[in-house]
Design a protein around this ligand. Structure first.
Ligand code: SF4
Length: 369
């Protein structure tokens, strides 16, 4: 038996004993598989599972999702991050409904052409829903293959991508492509893990190049690590008799169409609260703070690491006197904003994750919102 056969056989035998039962496994409805795959992009299974259940129950068919307002879909997505996934999901449901009579495409190329669907997701849906022999390649697959076959070609180069894609396609079990893809992903996620691979109990051990040559910690290889740009935000959290002001973000970035407080983006943040207060007052109220208004608190920094950037945010809370004239809230920084009861914020609108963290903490510690 050659190494390819050995690998495939051992993998399927491992899967028979170890597969994790999850609601989307064994599912044949391409809509539900697509939903689970989009939710699981950049998200752990434990975190994505309740979202999958909520989406399936609120939108049991693609038509239900297509008919939903975007704000509602974004609200249901809140907390998962990378909101472009939710927007693509919704836009794609609408285009399948309008252009394909609500029928999910049944070929690899048809699936691949959907918005937000890359090679990996297309292969997963094609194999799980339609039994088409397209091998998935993700971080788990790169790790398992590079270790077992001892491949040190960097996975983020075009040569590496080609080499791994060819190998993965040779290994797939054409009779059970969906099970094979699920098996290699589960094996990578739970057994041949990045840091503590379970080599001692591994059925591949005797022929695994990395294990036999002490390269488990050094494979797979990447040629570069992504550079992360730092961004610094200061949000203005107004409080006038329990009401605050938020605005739908119009910039075409990952927070597009989510709601946020008036925002000041700066080159850096300072730990001195006095300096932050001064900066906020000068930027948002260049003619001076309205009478009776005072900056009541500056939050601790909230930090979120994304694939290409790290965002740090401070929340500057400003309280307005009860007799503040209504005109104050019609001018900058509140123009184009909408008033909202602070108690309703977490229930009614979708906000970026950093804002959600801040709001959650307010609920838990100060019970202000
Ligand atoms: S022996 Fe270790 S490195 Fe090799 S496939 Fe198994 S778990 Fe991964």
């Amino acid at each position: 038996m050659d190494n390819h056969q050995f690998f495939s056989q051992q993998l399927m035998a491992w899967f028979a004993k170890n597969h994790r039962p999850l609601p989307w496994k064994g599912e044949k409805d391409p809509y539900k598989i697509w939903l689970s795959e989009i939710i699981l992009q950049q998200t752990r299974v434990e975190q994505g599972l309740p979202y999958y259940q909520r989406f399936v129950s609120r939108y049991p068919t693609i038509q239900h999702l297509a008919d939903a307002p975007e704000d509602e879909v974004l609200k249901l997505w809140e907390g998962l991050g990378y909101y472009s996934r939710a927007k693509n999901l919704h836009a794609t449901a609408r285009s399948i409904s309008n252009e394909l009579n609500g029928i999910f495409p049944g070929t690899y190329n048809g699936i691949r052409s959907l918005k937000g669907v890359g090679d990996y997701t297309a292969a997963a849906i094609a194999s799980f829903a339609f039994d088409l022999p397209h091998a998935v390649i993700d971080g788990n697959v790169y790790r398992v293959l590079s270790r077992f076959f001892g491949i040190a070609t960097p996975t983020d180069t075009s040569a590496g991508k080609k080499e791994f894609a060819t190998l993965a396609q040779q290994l797939i079990n054409p009779a059970r492509p969906g099970d094979y893809n699920q098996a290699i992903m589960d094996f990578g996620a739970t057994h041949c893990t990045p840091r503590q691979a379970k080599c001692k109990s591994c059925p591949m051990q005797e022929k695994c190049v990395a294990c036999q040559s002490g390269q488990v910690a050094t494979l797979p290889v990447k040629s570069k690590t992504p550079e992360r740009k730092e961004r610094f935000f200061i949000y203005l959290v107004a409080d006038f008799q329990g009401t605050t002001w938020v605005k739908k973000r119009s910039e075409k970035d990952i927070w597009h169409n989510l709601y946020e407080f008036p925002l000041l983006e700066t080159d850096r943040l300072t730990v001195e609260h006095q300096r932050t207060e001064q900066l906020v007052a000068e930027h948002f109220f260049p003619e001076g703070l309205p009478e009776g208004a005072c900056i009541s608190a500056v939050s601790k920094p909230y930090r979120q690491t994304l694939t290409h950037r790290v965002v740090t945010a401070l929340f500057c809370e400003i309280t307005f006197a009860d007799d503040t004239p209504a005109g104050v809230f019609e001018r900058a920084p509140f123009e184009h904003c909408m008033p909202l009861l602070k108690t309703a914020m977490r229930k009614n609108i979708a906000v970026p994750r950093l804002i959600d963290w801040y709001l959650q903490e307010k609920v838990l510690t100060l019970r202000l919102i």
